[in-house]
Write a protein that binds this ligand. Structure first.
Ligand code: NAP
Length: 432
């Protein structure tokens, strides 16, 4: 029996062409596995007239993705478009019992449940390593290497664009708007950067990881999410003074049967591993019950890192098929074990608060009273005469652990004080 598997590629852009390159010029690690033989049968693109500049047979190309799915010589569909039709193409492939590999995090985070159930019902597999942190094998590690662990927490830097912007701000290379513009000019940030800077991209990736690590059914929209748009140079400077660095963190924890999941900018200790993940790099710190802490880091996007993860999934699928091992998707369908993501309101954290206040006696006392009424205790206060802005001074307060709900109630009250100018800035703190 031949071990060759017919592959249908939907999408031949950045990642798709990287996958074809890896298949055409496979490293010895793949060539040594004699049973691996992928046969590229069809490739769907949007625009047939576009020059492709690679050595593929133009006869393989079609502008109809459904044709790829329906092709009887295709047993494995690789979806790499991110297009609106992706869900329908992937569902149809699974319905026909064809295995699917995808890098489409939005589709998995928002509608993964339907796809996993469809795969299971039709004896097909759905693999998606490239959807989170691209070439870092975090999904495979959680599903396989760490399977004997109860995952206690996950802390991730899951978005390269925001880490690049914050890293450059920390090096004093400009403020948020300038660096974002420069990143867009250089092609590091999308022309519409909303998904990245709002934290939503990281929230979708965290929802996928939470399903694997904590059996959570939450989608990207269930993850509490705040972006980096309001981080200013002075926040970075205060953080440094306190011994912290600001990162956009994706955090998930499992405690007492509850799963918390949130994405927001956070101050992390300057000597922590995640504080030292710079520029476009991603990292995930996992706390496992048996292994303790582990950190995975590397490039979280880009053509070849993403293609590397896609091809690893393809190889695993083929090897399972050759071994007659059946599908692996069962662990993604949660059934009775499903846990919802709890509201962030109950989560306890430490906070950094910064307000511009009138330079007069009693201001700190009034703020401290509001915090105390909400049972929030102050860890330290920083106030600098030198930063006087026409009769007002910045006041910085670091708190001990308090619930998000109590902090939000306190903030609402502090903001109404006539001695406080403008909005109070809040940054959460994580002592990793
Ligand atoms: N790039 C990364 O670093 C990265 C990292 C992780 C995950 N991903 C995910 O990987 C997927 C692909 O990303 P990419 O960067 O490779 O995108 P891309 O460069 O824009 O390529 C998209 C490909 O899909 C094709 N396509 C779009 N709509 C189509 C349609 N309706 N029918 C058939 N083909 C269609 C395009 O055709 P044309 O060539 O004719 O335009 C193109 O070949 C996305 O889900 C993305 O989120 C990307």
């Amino acid at each position: 029996m031949s071990n060759s598997i017919g592959v249908g590629l939907i999408g031949f852009g950045t990642v798709g062409s990287g996958v074809v390159e890896l298949l055409q010029d496979a490293p010895s690690s793949m060539r040594r596995r004699k049973h691996i033989d992928f046969s590229l049968q069809r490739i769907a693109v949007r625009d047939l007239k576009k020059s492709r500049g690679t050595s593929i047979d133009p006869a393989l190309l079609t502008a109809d993705a459904e044709e790829v799915v329906a092709d009887p010589t295709v047993q494995l569909v690789v979806e790499l478009t991110g297009a609106d039709g992706a869900f329908d193409w992937v569902s149809e492939a699974l319905r026909q019992g064809k295995d699917v590999v995808t890098a489409n995090k939005a589709m998995l985070a928002e509608r993964g449940e339907e796809l996993f159930e469809l795969a299971l019902a039709n004896g097909a597999d759905l693999m998606f390593e490239a959807s989170v942190a691209a070439g870092i094998p975090i999904i495979r590690s959680l599903r396989n290497g760490l399977v004997a662990n109860r995952v206690e927490s996950l802390y991730g830097i899951l978005n390269g664009t925001t880490n690049y912007i914050l890293s450059r701000m920390s090096r004093g290379e400009g403020d948020y708007a300038d660096i974002l513009k420069d990143a867009q000019d250089k092609g590091y940030a999308e022309s519409d950067p909303t998904m990245d800077v709002s934290g939503m991209d990281a929230a979708q990736k965290l929802a996928i990881l939470c399903r694997i690590a904590f059996h959570s059914t939450g989608t990207g929209s269930d993850v509490f999410c705040e972006g980096i748009e309001r981080i200013e140079k002075s926040d970075i400077e205060y953080a440094r003074e306190l011994g912290y660095v600001i990162k956009l963190l994706a955090i998930a924890k499992q405690q007492n049967g509850r799963v918390e999941a949130r994405v927001h900018s956070a101050m992390v200790p300057v000597d922590s591993l995640l504080a030292n993940i710079h520029d476009e790099f991603n990292a995930i710190q996992v706390q496992g019950s048996a292994v303790g802490p582990q950190v995975f880091s590397g490039r979280g996007a880009g053509q070849m890192p993403t293609a590397s993860a896609v091809v690893a999934d393809m190889v695993e699928l083929l090897e399972r098929r050759v071994a007659g091992a059946g599908t692996a998707i069962g662990d993604m369908v949660l059934g009775e074990e499903a846990v919802a993501i709890t509201s962030v309101e109950a989560v306890e954290m430490r906070y950094f608060l910064r307000a511009l206040v009138s330079d007069q006696p009693g201001v700190l006392e009034r703020i401290a009273r509001i915090l105390s009424e909400e049972k929030i205790s102050i860890a330290s206060v920083l106030q600098k005469e030198r930063d006087l802005h026409g009769g007002s001074v910045p006041l910085v307060i670091v708190t001990h652990e308090a619930s998000e709900a109590a902090m939000q109630r306190a903030l609402a009250q502090i903001s109404t004080l006539d001695t406080v100018q403008g909005a109070v800035k809040l940054i959460r703190m994580e002592d990793l």
